[in-house]
Every structure is written in C-alpha cells, then in structure tokens.
Ligand binder design. Structure first.
Ligand code: EUG
Length: 617
C-alpha cells in the first residue's frame, strides 16, 4: 500500500486561495457550464461561498487509490481498466486517484459526494468513464459483466443534497453519461416536445429552445444546472404547470444491464425506413405492459434518451403572500387544497418558512447571532423585522397564475379572498418588492427560465453542505402538523435550524426539510446522520414516507415501504436478479441490492453513532 504524502503548508495555502479562472460558460465543450446571462451572478455566488470556506479546496487522499469495489482485486481492476481504455479510448477513462475537490454547484466533482455526510473519502468511485453513444454505453455494460465490476451511471451528477455524482457502492466505476452525450436531439414546435440526452441541463435546454424561436417553456426546478433527464428519472419537481417531471416525460431509450438497447413507448415501433417513430414524444405508452416506471429511481437500466413535453408559453403573474404566525400553516394548507384541486392555483406553489427568506439573503448566520444550536425564534423575528421588506412574518407563499389577463384576474381574486381568511396575511406582487428580492427569481422559475439564486442559503454556515428530508403527506392541515412538529422538534434535539418548504399539489405535498451543515465539522455531520435516521423512522411510524433520499438513507427509506413483509422490496429484487444477474448496475441504488451483494453488510440500516448531542439545546 502506498503511503500518501502530506501536503506542504505552501500547497495547503495554494489550495485555499480563490481560483483565478472564471467559472466555465455553457458551450459546446462545456455542457455543464453557466449560461452567459448568469455568468456575473455565478462569479459572485462562487466568491461568496468560497469566502465562507475554511477547509482547503482540495484534500489529499489518505487511502490507497483508486479505491477498489468489493470482490475486485487490484490486478483484476488494472487489467479491466486497461481493456476499458482500449474499448473507449484512453482519454475517456479517468482514475479517481487525485486529491478530492468539493468545488461548488457549477464546478462540481464526479468523483465523490461534494456534500459529504460521512467521511469525504467514503462515497467515492474508483474511476470515471465517458461514453459517447448508446452503443458505447452498451460496450461498458458488457465490460462490467465480464469483470463483475459495479458501475454507477450519472447524467450530470448535480443531484445535490441527495448524493451528487457519488456511487452508492464505494469503488464503483462512475459512468458519466453527460460529458459526451449532451445534445438536445429534437425540439418539435408543433407538438411542443423535445428529446434530450443525459448531459442536457435545464440551462442548456432553455438556450436551445430560445434558439428555435418556438414559444415554449422548459420546467425548471429551483436550480437550473441539473440534468433534465436525470432529474426526471429521479422524479424531481419543477414549478410551471408541468412541474411533475415524470408525468411529463414521453419515451425512453435505455441500455439494460446485459447491454441490450431498448426503446419504450411508441419508440419501440420503428418509424418508416429506420427513422424514429413519429409518435414517440406524443404518446407515452407502447402496446403491452407499461415498463417506464421501473426505470425511475431504480437500477434496472441506463436511460440514454428521453422525451419531454414542453409547455406552450403563456402570460403569467407571480405573487407572494405572507402570514404572521407559526401556527398559521394548518389553515393555509386547508385553503390551498381546494384551490389546487380546482386548478385555480396554476402551478406547484411553495410555502416557505421565514428562515429560508432570511438565509437566501446570503448573509452568514454568524453575522447575526453567535450562539450554537438552532437560532432562537425571537432572534429570527427580530432579524425578519429588520432585514426583510415584508417585516416579521412566519410563512411566505409563492404562487403563480397563468393565462390571459381576464383569467388571471378572476383566479387572483379567488385566491386573495381565500387567503384573506388568515388574520394578518399580506399580499405582494413582484412590483411591490425591491429588485433584489428573491421573488424575481421565482417569477423566472415559474415561467420556464432556469435560475441560479436558490443556493444563496448555502452561505448560512461556513463550508456549507446540505441534504433534504423529503416526506410526502396528503394536502391536509393535520398531516402537515404531525410532520412539521416531528421535524422541528428533532432538528432542535440534534442542534439544527429547521428550514422547511412545502411544495404543494392538490392531493399531496412534498415537505422539504433542508438541513444545512458545516462539512468541516465532524460532529455536525454525525448529528445530520442521526437526525436523518431518526426523522425517517419517526415519520414512518406515523405513516409518512420520503419521495426521494440521499444515498446513505436509501436502504432505510426503501424498508419503510414494507407492506406485506417487504413485498415491494422483494419484487424489486426479483426484477433486479432477472435483469441484472451479475449485479453490475448501481448496486444498492434505491435500496435494491443484487443477489451477489445482498445480506453481506453493504446495507446501511442504522446510524453508526446514534447518540444525540449531550447539551440541552
Ligand atoms: C426542493 C424541492 C424538492 C427537492 C429538493 C429541494 C426545494 C428547495 C420538491 O422537491 O427534492 C427549496
């Protein structure tokens, strides 16, 4: 085993210095870059985040590299990598043997989880391979079967808060699909559809749609840098009327774990003279079983092409409503439900806690308050009063109505009257608020323009990382109360500020608890882990489950869906063993372990150190 060299003081200082190069622009040779319209903002955003950093930009490795996957010895690994270089070209295979760089959102690593909760070196790959076509993806899959090498596909690796680009199984070979497969393959202005490869970000799709001149919207989530395809197969959420991404996908091309290439939906029926089927992006189903579902949040195939529906552009009006009391949320949610069910609310609105509003101003919490543990409620009230244009409030609702003015006016009148039942509510239009207010970013997101503002709350603590606890409840005040009280009290027990946002639809809501922590603070990381495990278990006892979760919690979350003695997980395992007999594809993803690894201790079923903080907080 080679002994890693300690970096000299000078090397550490060099690593701490702000990078001199500008963050990369979106271009042919940088699919994951920043659109020109956001370049200045990105430069400032990065400078702010790096000014709150106390850890070196890069960390020397303390373990022998590349980290090997289970059951593969170094000799076999080296042999396999040599063969992969021959198959794909040496320039398309990269060993993960350099210092780890966490970077930031727009310059993120594909070697590990930049927002590490466990040791930075735990969730790491052994190597990265860059396929350039679906045939090359198939080649990689066949290679993995030959060497029993676990591979972990990523689209762009910007699944931030859920594990980023990191493989679930340490030492897996990351298949970075996005770097060379990043084209918008079609934009159809007549049917309002598109087809994308894994490396197309919301930023890029937006630019490409603009170039066509068609009046069409993409549906961005809170941040625009992620992969359209990757977000969709992880069942992410956006904020135009097309916010349910998976519901708006239409047609997949994928590579099975044996290397076979499959098209689903109408794409299974070849078009005339070998063309793509003309109905592939218009009708979601093929004849026979509907199989698309088993390729989302799974490890049954590698999606290489995906159709998406685009929304015809329309007039729109975003608004904001503030509510004064912490306890108002139950009444607010009861008001939202019928409005959402009747489609008077045009999109998936967000109901945010006042702390998000303060944090998104990008000022570190330490500038306001020097204590540890959660910020006291009175401090937060005083800060809101002083720094927010709305003054003191508890909840902020961001909604948007769509369509011609007469329609919007009538919807808005109904919405205003309904929220008017909450004592002390205040209604705002974007024009009522300063040009720097976060509402202007929501206006863009809710009308199809991807944004970069959301991560400003990462300045709340130094070296900030975050993860999400994301349970689903019915859209109902009493369910909201159970989850919100459970989350708030457990955040306080483990010493964290609670940052809740509800993304509300008619029948269900995604409760997003955003845990922001200092990734240089080992104790904070231990507490995040304890908090996550305790919240998942406590919510499950009440009957609530997460829609999505970080790599570290996929085993436990999968097991909370345990009806019938884990019948669902067993079904997934049956499918897994049939489709991936050698267990090479993303072992452990979504809690699904292939036979080869099952029950050997790879599952993470509890926090190793369960002790809550000793201090009374
Ligand atoms: C957010 C929303 C999500 C998610 C992660 C973050 C919003 C943050 C609805 O899903 O998974 C403000």
């Amino acid at each position: 085993m080679s002994i890693p060299k300690r970096q000299s003081t000078a090397a550490v200082e060099a690593a701490m210095a702000p990078p001199s190069a500008l963050p990369p622009l979106l271009a042919e040779d940088c699919h994951s870059g920043i659109p020109a319209r956001h370049h200045q903002q990105a430069i400032e955003s990065r400078a702010r985040l790096y000014s709150n950093r106390t850890v070196p930009a890069s960390t020397p490795r303390s373990q022998e590299t590349p980290v090997l996957p289970p059951d593969v010895d170094r000799e076999t690994f080296n042999l396999a990598v040599d063969e992969l270089r021959k198959l794909l070209g040496a320039e398309n295979v990269e060993l993960n043997d350099k210092p780890l760089v966490d970077g930031w959102y727009m310059e993120h690593p594909n070697t590990h989880d930049a927002f590490h909760i466990v040791e930075q070196e735990d969730l790491v790959s052994s190597a990265t391979v860059y396929p350039g076509s679906v045939e090359e993806v198939s080649t990689i899959v066949k290679w993995a079967n030959k060497y029993l090498m676990p591979i972990y596909p990523i689209s762009m690796g910007r699944n931030i808060g859920y594990g980023g680009a990191a493989p679930r199984l340490r030492g897996s070979v990351v298949v970075d699909l996005g770097r060379r497969m990043n084209q918008v393959l079609k934009i159809d202005g007549e049917s309002a559809t598109c087809m994308v490869e894994p490396g197309v970000s919301y930023f890029k799709l937006y630019e490409e749609v603009q170039k066509t001149g068609f009046p069409l919207w993409v549906d961005p989530p809170d941040l625009g840098g992620g992969s359209v395809l990757g977000n969709c197969i992880d069942r992410g959420v956006g904020y135009t009327p097309y916010g349910d991404h998976w519901a708006n996908h239409c047609g997949l091309e994928l590579v099975l774990p044996t290397g076979e290439i499959v098209r689903t939906g109408m794409g299974a029926l070849p078009g005339k003279d070998g063309a793509d089927n003309p109905t592939w992006q218009s009708f979601q189903h093929n004849y026979g079983p509907s199989v698309d579902g088993i390729f989302s949040q799974s490890n049954f195939g590698i999606v290489t092409k995906m159709g998406m529906w685009l929304m015809p552009a329309t007039e729109h009006q975003t608004y904001m409503v503030t509510f004064p009391h912490d306890d108002d949320f139950e009444q607010i949610i009861e008001i939202i439900r019928p409005l959402a069910l009747q489609r008077i609310l045009g999109n998936i609105p967000q109901l945010r806690n006042v702390i998000q509003e303060l944090a998104v101003l990008a000022t570190p919490r330490s500038k306001y308050w020097s204590g540890s543990g959660p910020m006291p409620r009175e401090t937060l009230r005083a800060l809101a009063k002083k720094y927010l244009p709305t003054g003191d409030c508890s909840w902020i609702f961001y909604g948007t109505v769509y369509g011609p003015e007469a329609t919007r006016n009538s919807q808005m009148a109904t919405i205003k009257a309904a929220f008017g039942r909450v004592a002390g509510m205040k209604f705002y239009l974007p024009s009522d608020l300063p040009s720097t207010h976060y509402i202007h970013s929501r206006v863009k997101i809710c009308s199809g323009t991807p944004e970069l503002r959301e991560l400003d709350w990462l300045n709340w603590v130094p070296n900030a990382a975050h993860t999400f606890f994301a349970p689903i409840t019915p859209t109902r005040g009493r369910d909201a109360r159970i989850v919100h009280e459970l989350v708030t009290s457990l955040h306080h027990k483990w010493g964290f500020d609670s940052f809740p946002t509800w993304c509300v639809a008619g029948r269900e809501m995604h409760y997003i608890a955003n845990i922001v922590y200092d990734r240089a603070d080992a104790d904070a990381k231990r507490r995040v882990n304890g908090l996550m495990h305790e919240m998942i278990a406590a919510a499950a006892r009440e009957g609530y489950g997460e829609y999505r979760t970080h790599l570290l919690y996929q085993d436990v979350v999968a097991r909370t869906y345990g009806f019938g003695g884990q019948a669902l997980l067993r079904l997934s395992e049956t499918l897994k063993d049939a489709l991936d007999p050698n267990g090479i594809l993303a072992p452990g993803r979504a809690g699904i372990w292939p036979k080869r690894y099952r029950g050997r201790g790879f599952e993470i079923l509890e926090a190793k150190d369960e002790s809550a903080p000793k201090a009374k907080l």
